[in-house]
Ligand binder design. Structure first.
Ligand code: WT7
Length: 664
């Protein structure tokens, strides 16, 4: 743990308060704070009973569970374990039975603007056919399947098809490199990879299948028997006879009936890799029953989802937000959702506003980084200013992935919500499966920049380094004191790391450590997240481990040593700043710039473009203590361009600071 945030004692006071609009509150699922407190009380009075009732009411069980929570192997908690269900059945068949077969499930808009609408009945057919196709390849319950696909109906179908046959999917974001993809394929032991020929972003075609080929050629992927390819662009690719098969050929003669595989509620639905504080990404393993329950409840509570809503979450299926709020949550509640391919700035920075207008989106959920970049774009070009679009269909806005600064919040509230739409600032993590702290749109008075209060049943608290509760107004470490149904089950293949990372002994081994610092307002008790307390950065809402980037840098033959820190950035929240020592002498001038470019591209190749350092500085050495430990807190100050005022008496080589002060 670093010294970054644990001693935060105040955050800038924010006094603006926005109560829920009366018409919204009147028809909301959770209407008014009394209703919220009543639910919290139910959870406090009878924790297991609270969850058991919700699980019975909200999920279709093939065989009901008899035990709600098993804590005997804590922190390996088990929820509803002897209950049998199928996630895809709960997302699709249940809606057909309710007579919603002809309702549009997905409105898909491609990068070029082409729109495809898929009803629940059609989606069910596609999923069943693809599930049967996977079965014909010998994929079955418990197998792992890596999905490396563009945003598409087929991406959602692939995930749902895995769920239908009890295969555990692991989606890898299409921006990751061949090396990152290979590491995940190997770690998860995939038997198949589902991909596309290419992906399209901002009018550009980018390879996917070629990267899969490259990943598999890196070795240790012998378990992969098949690669299934969705034809997105028709671009030229290699098809390896016997291993590779086109998706359309695979489903061509498959029945559109596929009996679901009934699995235990604890069956792993998916494994999703995320960055931790060491070099190796963690395979976060999620369950089926508890996970889906929370996806459904948060759709109802946080998003107040109603039958007439058109829900739009702009995330990619490669991240957890895309799992819970694209592939599973919206479908499990029978909503109509928008899925988009591309980027918010193509064909122009009005893409989001145009799509909201065109498809009459009612709920819009995006990341602060996107909002901030669209504010800049709207300031620069009046034609893409939201005032040019009819956004009157909107009734609710959401934010996710990183803290939203009050300025961006106000702009979002006034320009997109036109002062009528509550904003739900949802704090959660890959590990939590769904929202943890968020305003309830029909209940919670909003304060810009605060994720306000935990959802009912989520026992969030702020503690000090020894695990003791801190009073409101004092910053500390965010923990969750009781297990909840959608929590991470383990790190795939590494139970020890799971325990150490999330349930450390210093805190008694039973409280969940989120990895974030937080502070509660003295008067309202509202939570504000103050940032990660480990060596994890948040760049554009994406989690990046500093050690992962450092390992990539030192793998370059030129590099002797590297230290990576975050620095505040107007658009991306945090930006990656790398301090590098080369094996040769320290470069200066144009040569330094040229090597920096080379190293940035190297990192893109090693991890993916999202991990490219924004800035690189070269030194003869790095600031270290006498015992050789890199003093990152000093590097953070230098990266910000500030003067060091901290104690540097333990620093062995103070002269180095002068060298590292200047950007290239
Ligand atoms: C980390 C989790 C949540 C799904 C997408 C990101 C930060 C997330 C907020 C928020 C302040 C936030 C935290 C967290 N974070 N949402 N509303 N306010 N910080 O999931 O990649 O697992 O990242 O994102 O630091 O720990 P993730």
């Amino acid at each position: 743990m670093t010294d970054q945030t644990s001693n935060v004692t105040e955050v800038k006071a924010e006094s603006r308060i926005f109560p829920p609009p009366a018409p919204f509150a009147a028809s909301a699922t959770i209407s008014g704070m009394d209703a919220y407190y009543a639910l919290c009380k139910q959870a406090e009075d009878d924790y297991e009973g609270f969850w058991a009732n919700l699980a019975r009411e909200n999920l279709h069980w093939h065989k009901p569970f008899t035990k709600t929570l098993d804590e005997s192997t804590a922190p390996l908690y088990k929820w509803f374990e002897d209950g049998l269900l199928n996630v895809s059945y709960n997302c699709l068949d249940v809606n057909l039975q309710k007579g919603h077969g002809d309702k549009v499930a997905v409105i898909f808009e491609a990068d070029g603007g082409e729109v495809t609408k898929v009803t629940y009945k059609e989606l069910h057919h596609k999923v069943c056919q693809f599930a049967n196709g996977l079965k014909s390849l010998g994929v079955g319950k418990g197998d792992r399947v890596v999905i490396y696909m563009p945003m598409s109906v087929e991406g959602v179908v692939a995930m749902q098809a895995c769920a239908r046959i009890g295969a555990t999917h692991s989606v890898v974001f299409g921006g990751f490199s061949a090396k990152s993809l290979q590491e995940r394929i190997v770690d998860v032991g995939a038997v198949a990879v589902i991909t596309a020929d290419e992906q399209v972003r901002g009018g550009k075609h980018l390879p996917l299948k070629a990267i899969v080929d490259e990943a598999l050629a890196l070795g240790d992927c012998e378990k992969v028997r098949n690669v299934v390819i969705y034809k997105r662009t028709g671009g030229a690719i290699n098809v390896l006879e016997g291993r590779d098969i086109w998706m359309h050929d695979l489903v061509a003669n498959q029945s559109d009936v596929c009996e679901p595989e009934w699995v235990s509620a604890e069956h792993p639905l998916f494994i999703l890799y995320t960055s931790g504080s060491t070099g190796k990404p963690k395979g976060v393993q999620h369950s089926s029953g508890g996970y889906l329950l929370w996806a459904i409840l948060t759709m109802k509570w946080t998003f107040d989802i109603k039958p007439a809503d058109v829900f739009w979450c702009t995330a990619d299926i490669g991240w957890v937000t895309g799992h819970t709020y694209i592939t599973y949550g919206p479908l499990a509640v029978g909503a109509t959702e928008i899925v988009f391919e591309g980027v918010p700035t193509f064909p122009n920075a009005g893409r989001f506003w145009n799509m909201i207008e065109k498809h009459k989106a009612t709920i819009f959920y995006t990341a602060p980084t996107a909002i901030r970049s669209l504010i800049k774009a709207a300031d620069a070009d009046a034609n893409v200013h939201p005032s040019k679009y009819d956004l009157s269909s909107l009734r609710l806005l959401g934010s996710v992935g990183e803290p939203i600064n009050p300025e961006a919040w106000m702009w979002y509230y006034n320009n997109i919500g036109r002062g009528n739409c509550p904003i739900v600032d949802t704090f959660w993590q890959t590990e939590t499966g769904g929202h943890m702290m968020t305003p309830l749109p029909g209940a919670t008075p909003l304060v810009p920049g605060s994720c306000t209060l935990p959802l009912p049943g989520i026992m969030a608290a702020i503690v000090d380094e020894t695990g003791h509760d801190l009073p409101n107004g004092q910053g500390g470490i965010l923990v969750v004191k009781r297990p909840w149904p959608s929590m991470i089950r383990t790190i795939w293949g590494d139970e020890e790391r799971f325990k150490k990372s999330y349930f450390p002994e210093e805190f008694g081994g039973k409280v969940y450590l989120a990895g974030d610092g937080a502070i509660r307002n003295k008067d309202t008790g509202y939570f504000t997240i103050t940032g990660r307390i480990d060596d994890v950065l948040n760049v554009s809402g994406h989690r990046m481990g500093t050690m992962e980037i450092e390992s990539a840098l030192v793998a370059n033959p030129l590099v002797a040593e590297a230290a990576v820190v975050g620095k505040p950035d107007d658009t991306t929240g945090e930006a990656i700043c790398a301090f590098v020592v080369l094996k040769r002498s320290r470069p200066t001038g144009d040569e330094a710039k040229q090597i920096a470019t080379e190293l940035r591209n190297w990192v893109a190749k090693e991890i993916g473009p999202i991990a490219k350092p924004k800035e690189i500085r070269f030194g003869d050495n790095l600031p270290k203590t006498r015992s050789g430990k890199i003093m990152r807190r000093l590097l953070r100050v230098l990266a910000k361009g500030e003067t060091i005022t901290q104690d540097i008496s333990t620093l062995e080589n103070p002269a180095i600071l002068e060298q590292l002060k200047q950007p290239l």
